[in-house]
Design a protein around this ligand. Structure first.
Ligand code: ADP
Length: 267
């Protein structure tokens, strides 16, 4: 089993990702796709007059402050436009894909964090009314049913809180939790960069290999949202996934290239 997470940043070629996935799926490989949608969510949120608000935690992690209205825009884009766009591409390629969010069947479950500590203008503040959380539990029953029926699952945040409230969760870490729960052979985290760069944005500074035991020490090279990918990779390898690859989804055959060792390989 291979879990492929494709991000939502500008430049990602979803046609290329879907074509590559479809070929491999038809050749008999078991695959699950998890996707993001941050770039498109930002555009739609601006257009709807509710622009995104990104906050930084005291430990330096950036996240989207998700009030109820933001959550609804997030769902429109992630579960609607992005998810159905990917399912449609796969269907056109002859793959019977099924798109679901983490709320459906409680595939992704975790604790709802209503308040977030942020640093703004050098001061630490608390913001309330946040609909975020972290995936702590993956309920695989529905996924097992789909795979047994020959369907390719296409999953996306939000997740469900233990009380059944929708929560915005990081897609990379959700994919990592899924890979652990399914005992996947590999987790691919595909985005619009060649992999983890030692000197971002210099693409010639690609880090080719990271020993599994040292992943967290590589957090120092990751800025803003790349940190979540490194954290997700650490969680996946600690959970028993043998290989995590940060790969490029901008062109070519992104899944095959990453599995072939292009990008940054954590093992
Ligand atoms: P996605 O939504 O596609 O999963 P994110 O925007 O969450 O991607 O994270 C990928 C982004 O992280 C890259 O587009 C890049 O701007 C940024 N980044 C920060 N530091 C690094 C780094 N050291 N190496 C590669 N990318 C980095």
């Amino acid at each position: 089993m291979i879990v492929v997470k494709v991000g939502g940043s500008a430049g990602i070629d979803y046609d290329a990702v879907c074509a590559d996935l479809a070929r491999r799926w038809k050749a008999g490989e078991k695959l699950i796709l998890v996707h993001g949608g941050s770039g498109e969510t930002n555009r739609v949120a601006e257009a709807l007059g509710h622009p995104p608000r990104f906050v930084t935690s005291p430990s330096g992690y950036t996240s989207r402050f998700t009030d109820r209205q933001t959550l609804e825009i997030f769902e429109m884009v992630y579960c609607g436009k992005m998810n159905k766009g990917i399912v449609e591409r796969l269907q056109r390629l002859g793959v019977n894909a099924v798109g679901l969010s983490g709320l459906d069947g409680r595939i992704f479950e975790g604790r709802h964090k209503d308040s977030v500590r942020i640093v703004e203008d050098g001061k630490t503040k608390i913001l309330r009314g946040d609909h975020t959380g972290t995936v702590e539990k993956v309920n695989t029953d529905l996924i097992d049913l789909l795979l047994a029926g020959g369907y390719l699952p296409v999953l996306t945040p939000p997740a469900s809180s233990y009380e059944g409230v929708a929560i915005n969760v990081d897609g990379d870490r959700a994919a990592a939790a899924l890979a652990v729960a399914l005992k996947a052979d590999a987790l691919l985290l595909l985005s619009n960069v060649p992999g983890l760069l030692r000197a971002y944005p210099d693409e010639s500074s690609l880090i080719r290999e990271i020993p599994a035991a040292d992943v967290e020490s590589y957090l120092e090279f990751a800025q803003d949202r790349m940190k979540k990918k490194v954290l997700g990779a650490a969680e996946a390898v600690q959970g028993g996934v043998r290989r995590v690859i940060f790969g490029d989804a901008r062109a070519g055959e992104p899944v095959s290239a990453a599995l072939g060792g292009a990008g940054t390989v954590v093992s």
